[in-house]
Design a protein around this ligand. Structure first.
Ligand code: ADP
Length: 779
C-alpha cells in the first residue's frame, strides 16, 4: 500500500512533535525524581549529622561539669568531705546547665550528696546521706533559686547506698570518666544517662565518684522540633536496640516485669514505620554500622527513604536513624509531572492541530494537482485548462505530465482509428478466458454479431465445431512471445459456416504480465472454396489426361496401322481372286485368306471405334465462365511459373461464357500455358511472360496463349504425334489439344506470325445466351 503524502505530512508534523514533547517530559520527570531522591538522602544524612552534633553538644557540658567537679574535689578546692560546699557547687552547676537534672557525689564510706531539680516545695532538692559513727542518716532539703531553704525533712526509710549503683561501680572499675547506658531515672521517671568521674585521694586511690545526671528527654524534644520533609522522623537507637530518643518521647519507655520503667526496643516501638525500617538492623541483637546506610523501603503502600548513621562513639554507642516518605520530596514533582503531562498533552493537541492545518495547507495544492491529473487523464478535463495555484515543482511535473498525456491521447486516437477503421477484423481478447474486450466493425461484420453481443461472448463461442482449444497457448503465462496462426471454421450469427485465418498475440506490460490479446481475423471462405475447386479441376485433369494420352496413342497407332492393314486386305483380295481363277486350288489357302480379310476388317473396325472414343467425347458440355476457369488454370501452373521466373498474365473479361466441356478446355489451357513456361524456362530472356487472353468474336470466343519465348524450333511439325524437342516429352500435347478443341466445335492453330515468341490460339463456341445478350446490348 502506498501512503498518501497528506498522511505522511500529518504524521510527520503532529506525531514527531508529540514524541518530542513526551521525551522531554519523561526525561525531565525521571531525572528530577532521581535528583530529588538523592537530595532527600543527603537531607536525611544532614539531619543525622545535625542530630549527632546536637546530642554531642547536649552531653558535652555534662562531661565538662562532672570532670570539673571531680577535679575540684580531687584538688581539695572543694573539700569532698564537706557536703555543704559540694551542695553549693552542685547547686550552681544545676542553675548553669539546664539539661542537668542532678549532680551528686558518693564516697567510699557510703556518704552521698545529691542536688537535683524538684517541683515542690522548692525548685531544688538536696539529699544528704551521712554514714558516720552515729549511723546512717538521710536528710532532704528543698531550696529556692537563691539557695534559701524552703523545706527540710529526714527520711529514715531511705536505703540508698551510692556504692551499689552502676555509675559508682563502673567508674571504680575503670578508674576514669564513664558514661552509663541510658536508663530511666528512678526519681524523675525520665530517660537519662549518668556521667561519672572518679575522685582520687592523695594516695591515688579512689575516694569517691562524682556524677551528673542528664535527662535526655530534651534530645527527644529536639528531634520533635526537626522538620524532615513534612512527616519524616529522626530517632536515636542504642546499639542494644533501645530507642532512647524519639520525637514522641512517650513511645520510648515501658514498664518492665518489676514495674520499673525501661526503654522500648526498636522492634517494640509504637512507631510502625520506624519499626519496619530499622528493626531489621538489629536482627543479631546489636547494631554495628561502620558506614552510613541509606535505603528505600515500602510501608503500607508508600515509599520511604531512610538513612542510618554510624554509632557516635564508643562512649555513646548510639545511632541516629532518620526516615521520611519519598512523597515529602517528590510529591511536588509528581504534582508537577501531572501538570506537565497535561501541559504536554495540551501543547501536543494544539501543535498537532496546527500541524494538521499545515499539512492540509501544504497538501491541498498537491491533492488538487492529483485530482486534476486524474481528470485530465480520464479525458474529463482539458489539459489546457489553467493549473490551480501550486508549487513550482508541481508546475514542472504538470508540464511533463500534460505532454505525456497529449502524446498518449494521440497514440490512443491513432490506435483507436486504426482499430475502428481497419479493413481487417480485429478484436481484443482477455487471454485467460477468451472474453471479448473490444471488437471493430469489420469483426462484427464478419461474425454477424453486434458489438454488445460480442462483449458478452468468448472467442470459443464462435467455433462451429468442438475441437481442442486452439487458444490455450494464449493463456500460458510462461510463453511470453506466443503467436497464434490458425485456420478455423466459425459459425456466423445467421448460421453460415465460414473459414477464417486467425492471427493472435498477447500484449504485455513491462513486467511481462499479460494485458490482452489482439486477434486479427480474415475471412478465407472464398479462397478455401477456390482452392477446393482447383483441387477438383486438377483431379479431373489428371483423370482426363490419362484417358486422352491413351486415346491419342490409340489414334496414332490406328493412323499407322490403317494403311498396312488396308494393303493386307487388298493383297488378300488379290490372292483370293487368283485362287478363284483357278491358279490355286488349295481350299486351305482360300480359307486362310478369307480369314486374313476378316481379321483385317475387324482391326479397322477396332481402330475406328478407338478414334471415335477420343473425338466424340462431347457428352458433358456446359456453359461456364471462361474468366473463372482461366484464373484457376493460372493458379495450377503458378508453382512452375514461379520456379521458372515467369510471369503469367490473364486478360479475360468477367462473364465471358463458353459452351464446352469445362475440364477438357481447362486441360487445353493448362497444356498451352505449361508449354510456354517450359519454353521460357530454357531461355535466357529477361522478359519472361505468358499472357492468356480471350475475346468474343462472332459466335465464338477466341482464346490466345502468347509467350515471349524462343518460338517454335525450325523444322518441327506441330500438331503431329510424337514430335517433341523435350527429352521427357511425348509430343502428344498439341495434337490432343487440337482434338479436344475440335471435339468441342472449335479449332486450334499456331499463330506464329506476330512478334517474337509463340502464340497458340483456339476458338470455342460462345454461350448463345451471351451472344443474345451482347446482341441486345449492342442493339
Ligand atoms: P511435348 O510437349 O510433349 O513435346 P507437344 O505436342 O505439346 O508435345 O509439343 C510438341 C513440340 O512443340 C514441343 O516439343 C516443342 O518443341 C514445341 N512447342 C510447343 N509449344 C511451344 C512453344 N510455346 N514455344 C516453342 N516451342 C513449342
Amino acid at each position: 500500500m502506498k501512503t498518501s503524502l497528506g498522511a505522511i505530512l500529518a504524521i510527520g508534523l503532529a506525531g514527531l512533535q508529540l514524541v518530542a514533547v513526551l521525551i522531554v517530559v519523561f526525561t525531565s520527570y525521571i531525572s528530577s525524581e532521581l535528583t530529588l531522591i538523592h537530595h532527600a538522602r543527603n537531607l536525611l544524612s544532614d539531619v543525622g549529622n545535625n542530630t549527632m552534633e546536637h546530642s554531642k553538644g547536649f552531653l558535652q557540658p555534662a562531661h565538662g561539669a562532672a570532670v570539673l567537679a571531680a577535679k575540684l574535689a580531687q584538688n581539695k578546692v572543694v573539700a569532698s568531705e564537706d557536703q555543704g560546699l559540694l551542695e553549693q557547687l552542685f547547686f550552681q552547676q544545676l542553675q548553669l546547665s539546664p539539661q542537668f537534672s542532678g549532680i551528686f557525689y558518693g564516697d567510699r564510706a557510703g556518704r552521698f550528696v545529691y542536688v537535683m531539680r524538684s517541683d515542690s516545695p522548692g525548685p531544688y532538692r538536696t539529699k544528704y546521706i551521712t554514714n558516720g559513727a552515729e549511723g546512717r542518716n538521710t536528710r532532704l532539703v528543698w531550696r529556692d533559686e537563691a539557695f534559701r531553704i524552703v523545706s527540710e525533712r529526714r527520711d529514715p526509710e531511705d536505703t540508698y547506698d551510692p556504692r551499689t549503683r552502676p555509675w559508682y561501680t563502673k567508674a571504680l572499675a575503670e578508674r576514669s570518666t564513664i558514661w552509663t547506658d541510658p536508663y530511666i531515672f528512678f526519681s524523675s521517671q525520665r530517660p537519662g544517662i549518668t556521667l561519672a568521674a572518679p575522685v582520687f585521694d592523695a594516695g591515688g586511690d579512689i575516694a569517691g565518684v562524682m556524677g551528673v545526671d542528664i535527662e535526655i528527654i530534651d534530645i527527644s524534644r529536639f528531634l520533635s522540633r526537626l522538620s524532615i520533609g513534612s512527616t519524616g522522623k529522626a530517632l536515636i537507637i542504642h546499639r542494644n536496640g533501645d530507642v532512647i530518643a524519639h520525637p514522641d518521647h512517650s513511645f520510648i519507655s515501658t514498664p518492665d516485669a518489676n514495674g520499673a520503667l525501661r526503654f522500648v526496643k526498636i522492634w517494640e516501638l509504637a512507631d510502625p514505620i520506624a519499626r519496619s525500617a530499622f528493626s531489621g538492623l538489629f536482627d543479631r541483637g546489636a547494631l554495628d554500622t561502620p558506614r552510613e546506610l541509606s535505603s528505600q523501603f515500602t510501608y503500607d503502600g508508600s515509599s520511604y527513604v531512610s538513612v542510618v548513621k554510624p554509632v557516635i562513639s564508643n562512649d555513646l554507642p548510639w545511632t541516629i536513624a532518620v526516615y521520611a516518605p519519598e512523597d515529602d520530596f517528590t510529591a511536588i514533582i509528581r504534582g508537577n509531572r501531572y501538570r506537565n503531562l497535561w501541559i504536554a498533552v495540551a501543547v501536543t493537541a494544539v501543535t498537532a492541530f496546527i500541524g494538521l492545518l499545515m499539512a492540509n495547507f501544504i497538501y491541498r495544492p498537491v491533492r488538487a494537482f492529483a485530482v486534476r491529473s486524474a481528470l485530465v487523464s480520464q479525458g474529463e478535463l482539458d489539459p489546457s485548462a489553467p493549473l490551480p495555484k501550486t508549487y513550482k515543482e508541481l508546475e514542472r511535473a504538470n508540464a511533463a505530465l500534460m505532454q505525456q498525456i497529449a502524446a498518449r491521447k494521440q497514440t490512443e486516437s491513432e490506435y483507436g482509428q486504426t482499430f475502428e477503421r481497419a479493413s481487417r477484423a480485429i478484436a481484443q481478447i482477455e487471454p485467460a478466458d477468451g472474453r471479448f474486450i473490444r471488437a471493430n466493425p469489420k469483426f462484427c461484420e464478419l461474425t454477424g454479431y453486434a458489438r454488445d453481443d460480442l462483449l458478452q461472448m468468448r472467442i470459443a463461442d464462435l467455433a462451429s465445431q468442438v475441437s481442442p482449444d486452439p487458444f490455450a497457448a494464449l493463456k500460458d503465462e510462461r510463453r511470453q512471445d506466443v503467436q497464434l496462426d490458425e485456420e478455423l471454421q466459425w459459425e456466423t450469427k445467421d448460421g453460415r459456416n465460414i473459414w477464417v485465418k486467425f492471427n493472435a498475440f498477447v500484449v504485455r506490460d513491462e513486467d511481462g504480465r499479460s494485458l490482452y490479446a489482439v486477434a486479427t481475423v480474415d475471412d478465407i471462405t472464398e479462397a478455401k472454396e477456390k482452392e477446393k475447386q482447383i483441387e477438383k479441376l486438377n483431379r479431373d485433369l489428371s483423370d482426363l489426361s490419362k484417358g486422352h494420352a491413351m486415346g491419342r496413342m490409340a489414334t496414332g497407332l490406328a493412323h499407322e496401322l490403317n494403311q498396312p492393314l488396308a494393303a493386307i486386305a487388298q493383297n488378300a483380295d488379290a490372292a483370293l481372286v487368283a485362287a478363284t481363277r483357278g491358279d490355286l486350288q488349295d481350299d486351305d489357302l482360300r480359307i486362310i485368306l478369307t480369314e486374313i480379310e476378316q481379321q483385317a476388317l475387324r482391326a479397322g473396325d477396332i481402330i475406328r471405334a478407338l478414334r471415335s472414343f477420343v473425338t466424340e467425347d462431347n457428352a458433358s458440355r456446359t456453359s461456364f465462365d471462361l474468366a473463372e476457369l482461366a484464373e484457376q488454370a493460372e493458379r495450377l501452373v503458378l508453382a512452375e511459373a514461379k520456379e521458372a521466373a515467369v510471369k503469367v498474365g490473364v486478360v479475360v473479361a468477367d462473364g465471358l461464357l463458353v459452351e464446352a466441356n469445362r475440364t477438357q478446355v481447362a486441360q487445353v489451357i493448362v497444356n498451352l500455358l505449361r508449354n510456354a513456361i517450359e519454353a521460357l524456362a530454357q531461355t535466357e530472356f529477361t522478359e519472361r511472360r505468358v499472357t492468356l487472353s480471350a475475346v468474343h468474336t462472332g459466335d465464338m470466343v477466341l482464346v490466345s496463349v502468347a509467350d515471349t519465348g524462343p518460338g517454335i524450333a525450325p523444322g518441327l511439325n506441330l500438331f503431329t504425334e510424337f514430335e517433341t524437342t523435350k527429352p521427357e516429352g511425348m509430343g502428344l500435347g498439341l495434337s490432343i489439344c487440337r482434338s479436344i478443341v475440335e471435339a468441342n466445335d472449335g479449332s486450334l492453330w499456331f499463330d506464329g506470325g506476330r512478334g517474337p515468341g509463340a502464340c497458340f490460339r483456339f476458338t470455342l463456341p460462345a454461350d448463345t445466351r451471351l451472344t443474345d445478350r451482347r446482341g441486345s446490348e449492342v442493339a
